[in-house]
Design a binder for this molecule. Structure first.
Ligand SMILES: [Zn+2]
Length: 226
């Protein structure tokens, strides 16, 4: 079990590692670990799915809901033992699972953006996006706005819109989703909160947004290393 603890807790991008945030995440994972032990949940594969569904269950607590880094996750429809759409939609293909792991990092705030880095440093570190230097790098900026990532984002946004059209969603609804950044982030991070989408549609959207998040994450890493 120690291995699991390390596996989920270690950020892939060490330069995005933040000790204070890591402590918060580590505490959540320790709570999760305790849940495992107490409920004798064992031998369930792949283990990440169980970890994440327990993580979501533990996050249902009011104080966790208020953590801004988790506000785009749909807690209301997640139960212990239910595999979340982020994992479920990725199937068994290792490449998809790897992309889902990145999506989880982004969705749960394990991936540290400059805005959080600044907050944890008590504003000693600037919150301004290190890629474009235009405005604070929060989730909205990273996923929807940063111009340095627009070449990746634009194609996916077009595909996302086409997908909704293909699913016969009313034009007004699509416009409402795309005109409001909060709505759009909910759609991208965890579309399961939108009950007007069928399960199949949620899987299609998750597959697309998994790719978007994965590409944005890697493009950011690449630009940061230049
Ligand atoms: Zn930027």
């Amino acid at each position: 079990m120690d291995g699991l603890l390390i596996d989920l807790a270690s950020p892939m991008d060490s330069e995005n590692f933040d000790k204070e945030h890591f402590k918060l995440v580590e505490n959540d994972i320790k709570h999760l670990f305790k849940t495992f032990t107490e409920n004798k949940i064992e031998n369930i594969s792949p283990v990440h799915e169980v970890e994440f569904s327990c993580f979501l269950a533990s996050m249902k607590k009011k104080e966790a809901k208020e953590k801004s880094s988790l506000k785009y996750i749909n807690f209301n429809d997640s139960n212990i033992g239910t595999v979340h759409n982020i994992w479920k939609s990725s199937g068994t293909d290792p490449y998809s699972i790897n992309m889902a792991a990145i999506k989880v990092k982004i969705a749960t705030g394990i991936m540290i953006l400059q805005y959080q880095r600044s907050r944890f440093s008590k504003n000693c570190i600037s919150a301004i996006c290190p890629l474009c230097n235009i405005e604070p790098e929060d989730m909205t900026h990273f996923i929807l706005k940063c111009e340095k990532l627009s070449s990746i984002r634009n194609r996916f946004m077009q595909e996302l819109k086409s997908l909704l059209v293909d699913c016969n969603k009313p034009p007004l609804l699509i416009q409402e989703l795309f005109d409001d950044k909060e709505n759009l982030l909910h759609l991208i991070i965890d579309c399961t909160s939108y009950h007007f989408l069928t399960y199949k549609e949620q899987v299609r959207i998750e597959t697309l947004t998994r790719g978007l998040c994965y590409k944005l994450y890697h493009k950011r890493l690449l630009l940061m290393s230049e």
